[in-house]
Design a protein around this ligand. Structure first.
Ligand SMILES: NC(=O)C1=CN([C@@H]2O[C@H](COP(=O)(O)OP(=O)(O)OC[C@H]3O[C@@H](n4cnc5c(N)ncnc54)[C@H](OP(=O)(O)O)[C@@H]3O)[C@@H](O)[C@H]2O)C=CC1
Ligand SMILES: O=C(O)[C@@H]1CCC=N1
Length: 269
């Protein structure tokens, strides 16, 4: 398809759950006109004031942008309904599903994969971006959508997208699990559960904020906590023994990446 200019035209958001809803709220908070957006889901959805919500595709003129924010497994239901509709820009946040599959299933001037993560809800997310299009207007439009969500970066090689999805897209799930585990470990040593939960959360929050501000890397900061001959070093030695923590996290990301690859294959069928 030939590229059409993209800008601030009508946007259809298909799927508005945890992630689609979080992105939409940020866009509206950042000044996107609610009248620009139509949310399409099968059932009820909570949308910001002024945003139109429908349970079937509208019969309006074609949207300029379609954002796919349902589950990857739902592409087979959604794509046929979009036959005959040709947005200038298709943005997909579907984990795994690759650009070629998207382009083959849905006609669009340009296809962009975006992989946000849940902290976009507070404007502190990460959004990885990939497109085969190097059209400056397409890229500028997508960057304008990503900017209110937090940090965003283009990925040069789509074959890395599943790994990036595992690290950044799924990453908050792993970090939330770590916070919970830190609290439970404290509890196992006798700290009351509610206090351990507060200490764990504040420790991770403060440490992350400090790492963001620091002019040295997190590994150096870890060494600064560990006094020579002190207690932190004893703990770090447990995490470092035979690369225990790195090995565990590599297996964790690899499992997530593998599932992304499986979902991509299923979407091609
Ligand atoms: N949650 C996360 O942290 C992240 C999620 N993602 C991606 O975001 C996508 C959505 O995930 P998430 O928000 O967690 O999922 P949710 O289950 O919270 O939301 C899915 C949304 O899709 C709608 N939906 C389902 N089927 C259809 C359909 N046929 N037509 C229109 N709308 C439909 C659902 O509404 P209804 O059932 O009423 O139709 C719901 O609004 C996934 O592709 C996932 O890979 C990416 C990064 C992070
Ligand atoms: O779990 C999932 O499939 C999606 C991908 C990244 C975060 N959630």
């Amino acid at each position: 398809m030939t590229a059409r200019p993209v800008g601030a035209g009508p946007l259809w958001l298909i799927g508005c759950g945890h992630m689609g809803g979080a992105m939409l709220r940020r866009w509206i908070a950042a000044g996107m006109a609610p009248s620009r957006v139509t949310v399409i889901t099968r059932g009820p959805a909570t949308v910001p004031a002024g945003v139109r919500h429908l349970t079937a595709l509208p019969l309006d003129a074609e949207p300029e942008t379609i954002v796919l924010a349902m589950k990857p497994q739902q592409l087979g239901d959604v794509a046929p309904t979009l036959q005959g509709i040709q947005p200038a820009l298709l943005v997909s946040i579907l984990a795994g599903v690759d650009s070629a599959t998207l382009a083959q299933r849905i006609a669009a001037g340009a296809v962009v994969r975006a992989m946000p993560n849940l902290p976009v809800a507070i404007g502190q997310g990460v959004t990885a971006l990939f497109s085969e299009s190097h059209d400056a207007a397409v890229r500028a439009t997508v960057e304008a959508l990503a900017a209110p969500l937090g940090h965003h970066e283009w990925i040069a090689d789509e074959s890395l997208f599943d790994a990036v999805t595992a690290l950044a897209g799924s990453g908050p799930g792993f970090v939330f699990r770590f916070i919970d585990a830190l609290a439970r470990a404290g509890e196992a040593l006798g700290i009351p559960a509610d206090q351990a939960a507060r200490f764990a959360l504040a420790t991770v929050s403060g440490s992350a904020a400090m790492a963001v501000e620091a002019d040295v890397d997190p590994a150096t900061l870890a060494d600064r906590v560990a006094s020579k001959g002190g207690s932190t070093r004893e703990g770090l030695d447990v995490l470092d023994a035979d690369g225990a923590l790195v090995t565990l996290l590599t297996r964790t990301l690899d499992a997530a990446r593998r599932r992304n690859t499986e979902m991509a294959a299923a979407a091609r069928e």
